[in-house]
Design a protein around this ligand. Structure first.
Ligand SMILES: Cc1cc2nc3c(=O)[nH]c(=O)nc-3n(C[C@H](O)[C@H](O)[C@H](O)COP(=O)(O)OP(=O)(O)OC[C@H]3O[C@@H](n4cnc5c(N)ncnc54)[C@H](O)[C@@H]3O)c2cc1C
Length: 377
């Protein structure tokens, strides 16, 4: 009987893992890839949807298009995980695994920020971005806040991108002078590991008269008075709130007993959990890297190489390196890049590449190459 690998979650981590196993082992492995959704959407596409640069339909990559030897995709909701028994219960049945890989990402906890659900908006889910896509055309004057409600949060540069793209959006509509934009983030600088990237973003905020409020988190919204309350008790009035909700591991992962301090602890070199044969990759795991797709992918590559070595007999892979590159939208069609190294030195470091036409092309290739590899189109 083939080795059964059950991959929970078909996001960046799960898709990359299933693809590598199929490429290397084909029908010699039995991979079950489970996700509750019927389609994958790149994180950054949510910004495009919110600002009306594309439609929600255009950015959906449908899981039914996955056609890979050895891989079976199941659209099911995972309701229980037993890491000791390596057994998973879904709304479609029970799946037993020889190896289990948890790649269920991070969920949003809107209720952790009082007033956010009633008085604000979030742009971190497809639904939230879609709603904002309808609301933004009606915003023509007043105060807009891009506000982060808790750390860690996915893709640390994304709130900065949202503020710069909002400036673009309002300028193109000819209403920028009637609007104010502020950004509130819980870090001392926009991208802490890279001072050069942070300086470039802070300079871009200054050029565009975007108020930058560092080292603060939005702790609640008072929708009756239309004020955002920050974690030091100070208040910022708003007419439009674009929020990054507090994140947390999916409930089913917490209920499995695998989490500590909110997420799943793993060996940062191998991505193994404390349960034999059970790995965790991506946003659901605690490993010392930011929550971003490129890091989920890198972790998945190490797990895939380890499983292939175990099945084929070969050398175990080198330890996970914690390297990743993120593209950053600076507005006006400009794209920069930050390359970060989280694990090799005593502290994280990052280098900045100025926005350029080459990086615009590179970002497009980032999406199209993954679409081709994961979905064959
Ligand atoms: C606005 C924004 C911009 C971003 N930009 C970038 C960027 O430019 N570059 C970058 O690298 N990253 C970016 N990210 C971050 C990136 O999207 C995430 O970090 C990445 O998707 C994490 O991958 P993952 O595999 O850990 O989890 P995910 O990709 O979130 O996948 C988890 C999957 O698990 C499924 N799932 C969860 N619970 C269940 C359940 N109970 N049953 C079944 N299925 C379940 C979900 O449906 C989901 O498909 C951005 C994110 C946002 C919000």
């Amino acid at each position: 009987m083939e080795t059964r690998v059950v991959v929970l979650g078909a996001g960046f981590g799960g898709l990359e893992l299933a693809t590598i196993l199929s490429e290397a082992l084909g029908d010699d492995v039995d991979v079950t890839l489970i996700d509750k959704n019927d389609a994958f959407v790149f994180g950054y596409a949510k910004l495009d949807v919110m600002f009306g640069r594309t439609t929600p339909d255009a950015v959906r990559l449908e899981y039914r298009d996955i056609a890979k030897p050895g891989v079976r995709f199941l659209q099911q909701t995972i309701t229980a995980i037993d890491p000791e028994a390596r057994s998973v219960t879904t709304d479609g049945g029970v799946h037993e695994a020889d190896f289990l890989v948890v790649a269920l990402g991070a969920d949003y906890d809107l209720n952790a920020t009082p007033g956010l659900a009633e008085g604000g908006n979030e742009f971190y889910s497809v639904g939230g971005a879609e709603r904002l896509g309808e609301l933004l055309p009606t915003f023509s004057q007043g105060r807009a806040i891009v506000g982060v409600c808790g750390a860690p949060f996915k893709c640390p540069p994304a709130p900065s991108e949202a503020a710069l793209l909002l400036d673009d959006y309002l300028s193109v509509r000819g209403v920028r002078d009637d609007c104010e934009i502020s950004i509130v983030i819980p870090f001392g600088s926009p991208v802490p590991p890279s001072p050069d990237t942070s300086s470039a973003l802070v300079a871009a905020f200054a050029e565009r008269a975007i108020e930058f409020v560092p080292a603060r988190r939005v702790s609640s919204l008072d929708s009756a008075r239309r004020v955002a309350v920050l974690d030091d008790g100070s208040e910022m009035p708003y007419d439009l709130f674009l929020g990054v909700p507090k994140h947390r591991a999916p409930d089913v992962v917490v209920a499995s007993g695998m989490t500590e301090d909110g997420y799943v602890p793993v060996n940062p070199k191998t991505l193994e959990t404390r349960f034999p044969g059970v790995y965790a990759v991506g946003d659901v795991a605690t490993i010392g890297v930011p929550k971003a797709g490129v890091f989920a992918e890198g972790a998945a590559r190490v797990v895939a190489a380890s499983l292939i070595a175990g099945l084929r007999g070969g050398q175990q892979p080198r330890a996970y390196d914690g390297l990743g590159s993120c593209y950053i939208e600076f507005g006006a069609g400009r794209v920069g890049r930050v390359d970060v190294d989280f694990l090799s030195g005593p502290k994280p470091t990052g280098t900045f590449q100025e926005p350029s036409d080459a990086l615009v092309m590179e970002k497009q290739h980032f999406g199209s190459s993954r679409r081709a590899r994961w979905f064959s189109h």
